[in-house]
Design a binder for this molecule. Sequence first.
Ligand SMILES: [Zn+2]
Length: 132
Amino acid sequence: MAENRRLRRWITSGDKLVDWIFARIIHALNYKIEAIYLKRVLHEVRGGKGIEYYGYIDDDIIYLSAAKTKHSDRRAIAKTLLHEVMHYVFSGIHERNILRLEDLVWEKLSEEQIAILKSYVPRHIVKISDTA
Ligand SMILES: [Zn+2]
């Protein structure tokens, strides 16, 4: 109990709503999201047009792009990870509102919270073509 309280204080953003959302995000990452894959590029051809993604979630599996054109570093990938998990936590919420929520939460997260999110970003790129 005391350990939990200390941890909770350590990871606080100073904003109770943001901390509540962060707790939902971490709970989803720990217990709901089946896998997180980092891929060299997330590319799809749709209607004859090539689309490159930052990330996406499909069947509780998250795919993140390692492409430098999309993310300059692991911190940037962690922000996309936050976005994709938000699609799980706030399912049914429109993309533009998820984007808004992502920005609002991200700017309030503490460095410790961002470090925790970064720890969920895979270290290695997977080569298998899971995106089809
Ligand atoms: Zn989205």
